[in-house]
Design a protein around this ligand. Structure first.
Ligand SMILES: [Zn+2]
Length: 303
């Protein structure tokens, strides 16, 4: 089990009032170090231009990498570009690529990328919703195009729908995208009727949904769909903002529910892909809930 991170992910400076702040990642890293002294920590490399261009338009690369702002500026009302953001975004995407290389190269079976900014709202050509590059999409396309895999599943239990990931893959039958998310909530996509080319599976959950109903949604529809797809690699958009303490949403999950879904995903990966899972941090905005939930997540990946 490897953990990929980079100090630059702490330098992405969203400003004093922003929910997606460096302290989030600091709390995840501190909690993982305290809970699991034996983890194998690796410095994330930068994603290359070619790796990013598999998922993104040249204009988006230019906006993120070549604006070189001297102070914070907004790419959209929620999405900040600071002087260090380009480096953070390159390292976050590069973490996923390196983790895919390690897992598919049989160097390790599972990897968790403790990175920010998050990625799943970024589309082919738009940075939005705190996300600059769609790191999980870059990782999936690396597994397909560089390693020659034919079927990759992207599992997303962040409380927000991963509109960017869905948009990038909704016409690509090599990728299955399965998401549970609060609805209605930002970004207002993720209806059950959005099915792509039969490769998109959405489970919108009403506000106040608790762990039991969350587990039922995964057991009833999403996990069986992934099982039937027989993925060769499982990628996880691990957002912990469906926790009951999270300030940005109204679901009522506990850390144990994040442990449960991780356990289910490990069993699924053991059935289909020799246990291979790459998980990447997405959202989670209550520091205590985020720390507890990421520990519960990594504990199951270690099993
Ligand atoms: Zn989220």
């Amino acid at each position: 089990m490897r953990i990929y991170t980079h100090p630059a992910c702490l330098w992405h400076d969203t400003g004093p009032e922003h929910a997606e702040r460096p302290e989030r990642l600091r709390s995840v890293i501190d909690a993982l170090i305290a809970a699991f002294p034996e983890l194998d920590w690796r410095e994330a490399p930068r994603a290359s231009r070619g790796q990013l261009l598999r998922a993104h338009a040249p204009d988006l690369l230019q906006a993120v990498l070549e604006t070189n702002p001297r102070e914070r500026m907004l790419l959209d009302p929620d999405t900040v570009l600071s002087p260090a953001s380009a480096e953070a975004a390159l390292r976050a995407a590069g973490a996923g690529v390196a983790a895919v290389d390690a897992v598919l190269g049989d160097t390790t079976t599972r990897a968790f990328c403790a990175v920010r900014p998050p990625g799943h709202h970024a589309t082919h050509d738009v940075a939005m919703g705190f996300c600059l590059f769609n790191s999980i999409a870059v990782a999936a396309l690396h597994a397909l195009d560089a390693h020659g895999l034919e079927r990759v599943a992207v599992v997303d239990f962040d409380v927000h729908h991963g509109n960017g990931t869905q948009a990038i893959f909704e016409r690509d039958p090599r990728v299955l995208y399965a998401s549970s998310h609060q609805w209605p909530l930002y970004p207002d996509s993720g209806a059950r009727s959005e099915t792509g080319v039969g490769n998109i599976f959405n489970a919108p959950l009403p506000p106040e949904t608790d762990g039991a109903r969350f587990r039922a949604a995964w057991s009833g529809s999403l996990l069986p769909a992934i099982d039937a797809f027989r993925p060769q690699l499982l990628l996880v958009s691990a957002g912990f903002d469906a926790h009951r303490r999270d300030p940005l949403a109204e679901l009522r999950l506990e850390a144990g529910d994040f442990g449960w879904i991780a356990r289910e995903l490990v069993q699924l990966a053991n059935r289909h892909c020799r246990g291979r899972i790459v998980s990447m941090l997405e959202g989670g905005y209550d520091l205590e809930a985020l720390a507890e939930s990421s520990v519960a997540h990594v504990r199951e990946l270690l099993a």
